[in-house]
Ligand binder design. Sequence first.
Ligand SMILES: Cc1cc2nc3c(=O)[nH]c(=O)nc-3n(C[C@H](O)[C@H](O)[C@H](O)COP(=O)(O)O)c2cc1C
Length: 382
Amino acid sequence: MESRVKTRQDAPMDFRGQVFLAPLTKGGNLPFRRVCLEHGCKVTMGEMAYAYQVKKRSKSELALLRRHPDETCFGAQIAASRIDDAVFAGKAAAERGAAFVDLNCGCPIHDIVKRRMGAVLLQKPSKLGELVAGMVKEIPVPVTVKIRLGWSEDEQNASEVAKVVEESGAAALFVHGRTREQRYSRAADWESIARIASERSIPVIGNGDLLTWYEVRDRWQQSGVASVMIGRGALIKPWIFREIAEQQAWEPSDVERLGVYHDFAQKLKQHFRDDEKGKERAMRFLPWHFDFFCRYRPLSGERWEAAAKQHPLLQTRFADDEADLSVLEQLLRDPRPELHQRLALLLWESADVAEAEQRALQLAQEMPPVAGEVGEVATAQG
Ligand SMILES: Cc1cc2nc3c(=O)[nH]c(=O)nc-3n(C[C@H](O)[C@H](O)[C@H](O)COP(=O)(O)O)c2cc1C
């Protein structure tokens, strides 16, 4: 199967050799994707949109298909159970500049599977095949499919599903190496991802537990996948794309990280507008992001590479045993939601990073920091 395809922008779209930002409901908002772009991300993906809502022309759902002009290679993700809905939403995404359209077959959430979308499609490979073939026929950009390994440990049918996906004409396949039932409870199974990659001729993109450039390098090499996809790793450190490109860690100082978060706040402002309503909307996102940002730890290869080969660092809990952490560093690691609210507000209100730093230090006096942990970012998504 040919993997070099033309995008809407007429640049060659190659599903090989890429590092994809995973589709992330809530997290993959447009301002956050712009932060990732600034830190070396080349292929972004949007938040999952319900195809049937797009067909009803729901404004909020159509907004999820929107691409920023800086996103030169943007994939829209949809959840669908019917061909006509999927085709309508896929065309709408292509018209808005999506380079490819991805069908979600991994979402474990009850509300979604109840509507016969997401991971439930794994249980019906022939229905999935019809859906994909119907999309490929009508949508003018490449169609991809994102799957998990199966519904449950006893129902791991990803090889069969992958075959159906390829035969239905999909341009590439994303594999999140866990089952629907596992959620994030255990390490992603890269051996199964490797097996699926070896069985297929369309590009298979591996996904699960990538947090450091050396884990990406090892997983990529050992599994033989065409490309990799990063989810929580990007939410914790959006600069992971730069690290992968440069094959070395960037260990930003506390002030440098505050700078990244301040830049994010500015991008939220540009997106939602700098007024009370815009602030209210941005505050639905920025404090939420701190639940991931606060898990950042410098994980130097010298100290952690060997451990990472045994168990993914994203699934490992770390004690905060570093001595002499600055007050600002402690604040940025603090896991308390009420503190995240305050940090988000001060970033929104500060004219520059210096002001944000000064206000953060004041905040630390009012709310003395408590220790946090990285790892096991449990979530119901995906
Ligand atoms: C907050 C959050 C939201 C997610 N939303 C989606 C989604 O909309 N569509 C999807 O296919 N996967 C979604 N996922 C799953 C990720 O795309 C990815 O497959 C999963 O997190 C495993 O990759 P990771 O270990 O790099 O995080 C989500 C994950 C998280 C943490």
